[in-house]
Design a protein around this ligand. Structure first.
Ligand code: ADP
Length: 519
């Protein structure tokens, strides 16, 4: 296996850096074998993924060790790619943006430092996974609920920093971050917000601190390595009430969103429901070849077969109300009345009260089951996300849906689409499924993604997150005033990381030394 030496540095220099890292973390935690390095490749890469092969990984056990490694990386000019648990699937997994970067694996730093029941927050290290925090809350009978994303294999910190989400009232994870501890590229340790004052108990409670507010600058960012994160957790509600409904036609999503978005904005609905299409139902439980073996996207007749077999709609809508049972009942009636204007179909209703079996509560329970969808095409399966953000309106959603679906189908893929309704926006996550080892199919995925990004930008929308292979294309689409935001990002990057050692190219932000190669 090629070693993959980072650009701009000589191989001897890399070896000296790795030796120096071993002096900090111990030689067992500098990982250089082929087997070790390949575990950091993207398991859903488009093809082999070896263009993102790291030269090594280093796994510190403390913030002090992260500081020491950062200083050494500067000295030796070796790029680092931080990961928490490296399960950023659909967006690159653990793999670095640039060939030969050293993965800074924070998975050993997995202490749950504090869970404050009274004030509803936790303070965690980056290696703490959703499963770890969930088990901690459950086994200690702490009445705080976690919001979990669809794939809950990753870390609480990595997911929130990447602006992941789940379907709970606390589902916009980045919006619940409160207070970070960060190692800057210089090796300096800072705490943001009220944490900038020693021993201030409002660090995880008041976000802004005094003066400029920095939490946002370390999200989807290459300006620092987060070593502690405060995150708000939801107090256990008295009761929950679930409403589900299946809508038979693709365009039903227009009126459904026009009803749901105002209810979400006014607070009748406090969570961000995730609405998925028939392919989510099918890909979780079957493979494409079970339904269809012809060329191109599955035809409408097969879509109907799927709907019939799984008793699902073109769209499946699952909503949940959280709070006092009387309030939930009133809000449920408002939602039912809104939908009754368009359909005679009733909602299926489920109810849960505090003390009843937890599994029926609608609380965030971590699972990796949704990853099953990658087997849709057969072979070594993968998926890639394409996730534009839209205004909360049926018109915008239908316009984007029609254009994106056409592009996806024209490239021969089945359309997977979902809408997550937030208070002021809709997150429209689409996925393409492929067999990684089918070069022709992988070529079509790449082409489809390029067309989707350009077409969506032409319609005026941008993505909230991007796979490492498409970070530059998405960054390019943020073009106001001849890419003024890119210049701002680069100014900050050069000021804080003059040697360009931290995650070069992340989110399309390149340090000075690399900018020529981007051009
Ligand atoms: P997860 O832990 O959820 O699996 P990853 O470890 O794959 O998430 O992280 C996703 C991305 O988020 C990484 O590629 C990196 O860019 C960024 N990231 C993750 N953890 C940190 C951190 N502690 N500090 C800075 N950036 C981070």
């Amino acid at each position: 296996m090629e070693r993959g030496v980072p650009p701009h540095i000589a191989a001897g220099r890399l070896d000296r850096a790795l030796q120096a890292f071993a002096g900090v973390v111990g030689k067992d935690w500098v990982l250089t074998s082929d087997e070790d390095r390949s575990t950091y490749l993207d398991v859903y890469a488009l093809g082999s993924g070896e263009e993102h092969l790291p030269s090594a990984a280093v796994a510190p056990a403390s913030a002090e060790e992260v500081q020491a490694i950062m200083r050494l990386a500067n000295e030796h000019r070796v790029p680092l790619w931080p990961i928490s648990r490296g399960k950023n699937f659909g967006y690159g997994g653990a793999a670095p943006r640039t060939l030969g970067a050293v993965v800074l694996d924070l998975g050993r730093m997995k202490r749950i430092l504090e869970v404050n029941e009274r004030f509803g927050y936790c303070l965690v290290e980056p290696g703490v996974g959703f499963f770890d925090l969930y088990e901690h809350l459950q086994s200690n009978n702490i009445p705080l609920w976690l919001s979990v994303p669809g794939n809950a294999w990753g870390s609480v910190t990595g997911n929130a920093l990447e602006r992941g989400f789940g379907p709970s009232p606390y589902g916009d994870h980045a919006s619940r971050i409160c207070g970070l501890e960060v190692v800057l590229p210089s090796g300096e340790l800072v705490r943001t917000g009220m944490g900038a004052m020693s021993n201030n108990p409002t660090w995880p409670l008041f976000r802004y601190g005094y003066g400029p507010s920095w939490d946002g600058l370390f999200q989807q960012s290459n300006l620092g390595v987060v070593t502690k994160m405060g995150l708000w957790l939801m107090p256990e509600p008295e009761a929950t009430l679930g409403l589900s409904i299946e809508l038979p036609n693709a365009d039903d999503i227009g009126w459904a969103l026009d009803e749901l978005c105002p209810l979400r904005m006014s607070g009748v609905l406090q969570q961000s429901p995730n609405i998925g299409n028939y392919l989510r139902s099918a890909a979780g439980r079957s493979q494409r070849s079970d339904w269809y073996s012809g060329p191109g996207a599955i035809p409408d007749s097969v879509i109907k077969d799927i709907q019939k077999a799984y008793n699902c709609g073109w769209w499946s809508i699952g909503l949940r109300l959280y709070g006092h049972p009387e309030v939930n009942e009133v809000n449920a009636r408002l939602i039912q009345a809104a939908f009754a204007k368009h359909t005679d179909q009733p909602f299926k209703i489920t109810r849960w009260h505090k003390g009843e079996p937890f599994a029926a509560s609608g609380a965030g329970i971590p699972s990796v089951f949704p990853l099953q969808i990658v087997n849709w095409q057969g072979g070594r399966g993968g998926h890639i996300g394409f996730s534009p953000v839209l205004p909360p309106s049926g018109d915008h959603a239908l316009g984007q849906l029609h254009r994106a679906q056409k592009i996806v189908r024209e490239h021969g893929f089945d359309f997977y689409g979902s809408f997550t309704v937030n208070d002021r926006y809709i997150n429209h996550v689409n996925m393409l499924f492929y067999n990684r080892d089918d070069a022709e199919m992988v070529g079509r995925v790449r082409q489809a993604l390029k067309v989707l990004i350009a077409d969506t930008a032409a319609a005026g929308y941008g993505e909230y997150r991007a796979h490492i292979d498409f970070m530059d294309e998405v960054a390019d689409s943020f073009d106001f005033n001849d890419h003024a935001q890119r210049r701002l990002n680069e100014t900050l990057k050069d000021a804080l990381d003059p040697n360009g050692i931290l995650a070069p190219g992340k989110q399309g932000v390149w340090p000075k030394a690399y900018r020529g190669s981007r051009a």
